[in-house]
Design a protein around this ligand. Sequence first.
Ligand SMILES: [Zn+2]
Length: 109
Amino acid sequence: MSANLPWLHDAKQQFAAQRRQGTLAHAMLLPLPEADGGVLLGQFMAALALCSSLVADVPCGHCKSCQLVNAGSHPDFHLLQADGNQIKVEQVRSLCQSLTNTAQQGAFG
Ligand SMILES: [Zn+2]
């Protein structure tokens, strides 16, 4: 999650600014292929949105939320990736089931 891809810099900065200003959208579509860092950008955005440090432009890495995200066990972090070339119905059903629960940790849940 910590790869530093220079072409993602502007998108990360824009997301951080929206977070600081309290203008984050409730959902975002990232039309960026995984090979170009699409998953990394999504993971960065999710980690920053969940981070308890409200002044950082990057996930602080030290708060409880960052530690849970880094450990892959944050209860409010859900990553849905295509299984092959498709996102399967069962994957979406499983995600929907998870999302019907309320936020466990994040301030933005
Ligand atoms: Zn943090």
